[in-house]
Design a protein around this ligand. Sequence first.
Ligand code: ACO
Ligand code: OAA
Length: 378
Amino acid sequence: MVLRPGLEGVPVTQSSICQINGNEGHLRYRGYAIDELAARSSFLETTYLLIWGNLPNPDELRNFEKEVQMHRRLSFRVRDMMKCFPESGHPMDALQSSAASLGLFYSRRAIDDPQYVYDAVVRLIAKIPTMVAAFQLIRKGQDPIQPRDNLPYSSNFLYMLTEQEPDPLAARVLDRCLILHAEHSLNASTFSARVTASTLTDPYAVIASAVGTLAGPLHGGANEDVIAMLEEIKTPDQAGPYLDNAIKNKSKIMGFGHREYKVKDPRATLLQEFAEELFARFGKDEMYDVAKAVEAEATTRLGPKGIFPNVDFYSGLVYRKLGIPKDLFTPIFAISRVAGWLAHWREQLSANRIFRPTQIYTGEEKRTWIPLDERSNN
Ligand SMILES: CC(=O)SCCNC(=O)CCNC(=O)[C@H](O)C(C)(C)COP(=O)(O)OP(=O)(O)OC[C@H]1O[C@@H](n2cnc3c(N)ncnc32)[C@H](O)[C@@H]1OP(=O)(O)O
Ligand SMILES: O=C([O-])CC(=O)C(=O)O
C-alpha cells in the first residue's frame, strides 16, 4: 500500500461541478469561467447553476429568488438558542451550531424526495446569512433584525448586519465575492461534506460538518489571519524582514500557497480588483500597500516554489472596506460555499458509496493486560 498524506493527487470521486486548471490559473463552474460569472451573474443565479447544473431560465430564477426570500427568517427558537451562545465565541462556531440545529426542525428521512431536496437547498441558502447577521447583533447585546423582503440577497445580508441599507456598489461587490467563493472542487470542507453526505445523513449535518472544516486556518480561516498578519507587519518596508523571519522559522505565510494552483489564484486577482474598485469610491485602506508589498516580496522568495496568493489573501481587504469585522470573513465565505457544498451533496447522493478509506497500521501488536495495581506510576 502506498500512503498519500493529505490524499494529494488521489482522485476519490467523479464530479461535473467545477474545473480548475492550476497551471494556467483558470476556474470554471459547470463550464462557465469565473470572471464571466462574477461580471454577469448574481450569487443566487450562480447557486442555481451549481446545484441544478444549468443556468436558470427567467421563471426558474424568479421562483428560486422568491423562495429564498420567503425562507430567510429564523424560527424564534433558533434565535433564542443563539442568544444563549457566549458572545466571546467565534462566529464560525456559532454558525456551525446554528446550522446543525436546523436538523432538529426538518426530518432527515426524505433525502430521496426531490421536493425535500429542493426545500433543504432553499432553506440553507436562505437562512445561513440570517444566522451570521443574527449572531453579530446578538453578541453586541442587540436583538437580531428581520430580513427585508424588498432587498436582494447580498443587500439584505449587509442590511441585517449593519441595520442600514447598503450602498449599491458595496452590495454588488459583496455579491461578486460570494460568486467567487461558491465552489472549488474537492477542497477540505467540500470533501468533508461529501464524506458526511455519503452516510445518508441529513443535509443540515452535511453543512454543519463542512462549516467546521472551513473554519481552520489552513482553509477558509486563513482570510482572517491574513489581516492579522498585515496589521502585524504594519508598513510596506517591513514586509521583506517579516517574510525572511517567517521562512527562517518555517512558518506559513497566510493567504499564500495552494494544493491546486501553481500560479496566482484567479480569484485573488479578481478580489484585488474589487478591493481597488472600493478604494476608488470609498477611500484607500492603508493595509493595501502592505498587502502589495507582501505579495511582491513573497513572489521573489516563494514564487519559484509555485507559491502565490490564494483566494484568502485579498478578500479581507474587500470585507474590511465594507465595514465587516475580521472574524466574520470566514462566515461570509461559508455563506457562499453552502452553494458548492449543496451541489456536491446532490452529486454524492446521485451515485453514492460510503467513504471508507483504509490505513497503514503503525501501533503495537498484541499486548498483555496489566492490572491497575501492578502498573508503576512514573
Ligand atoms: C480557501 C483555502 O483553503 S485557500 C488556502 C488557505 N490557507 C492558507 O493560506 C494557509 C497557508 N497555506 C498553506 O498552509 C498551504 O499552502 C496549503 C494548506 C494551502 C496547501 O498545503 P499543501 O498543498 O499540503 O502544501 P504544503 O503545506 O505541503 O507545502 C508544500 C511546500 O510549500 C511550502 N508552503 C506552502 N504554503 C506556504 C506558505 N503559505 N508559506 C510558506 N511556505 C509555504 C511548505 O512549507 C512546503 O515546503 P517544503 O516542501 O520545503 O517543506
Ligand atoms: O481548493 C482548496 O483546497 C481551497 C480553496 O481554494 C477553496 O476551497 O476555495
